[in-house]
Design a protein around this ligand. Sequence first.
Ligand SMILES: [Zn+2]
Ligand SMILES: [Zn+2]
Length: 176
Amino acid sequence: MDTIILIDIDSLPKEGLRLSRDFEFLSLDLVEENAVFLEPAHAEVTVRLIGDEVLVQGEVTARLSFVCSRCLIPFEFPVASRFDLVYLPEDIDALSEELSDDKIDQMFYSGRQLDLRAVVLEQLNLTFPAKPLCAPECEGICAVCGEIIRDANCSCLVKESDTHWNKLKFPVRDKS
Ligand SMILES: [Zn+2]
Ligand SMILES: [Zn+2]
């Protein structure tokens, strides 16, 4: 298990601190409950202090396994996400009413430290789809035979107008 990586704001070199390292996260850390790491996440990060603002720029890459929300088959989900973040000292929060609208989601650091592990984890979570799909056209599981339609296991012909099957509690053919 990885320890917290605390960046000491006041000891950052002028040119910035460059870090390249792997992060071992638990699947429990993820917002997507059925996600599993196929390999550790890797982040290349530069942390810079400009005035009182901490600039965190970099990229996180990872390979995860997700479960399709329609057919329930696991599929590989690669992540390669760039980020460019600005953290303000927490005491500026008192001035939040003066911040413009686009700063409402502003992020803060406190105690002159920044937890880089938490930053990378948050960026990772932001890349996840709300409804993971193995393929955009995934048709899920057949309401009639319970087979996965993708694999052509199902040969049922269900008319679109046949609403009878909607009464089954099995989650099927989600059109959203
Ligand atoms: Zn699927
Ligand atoms: Zn079927």
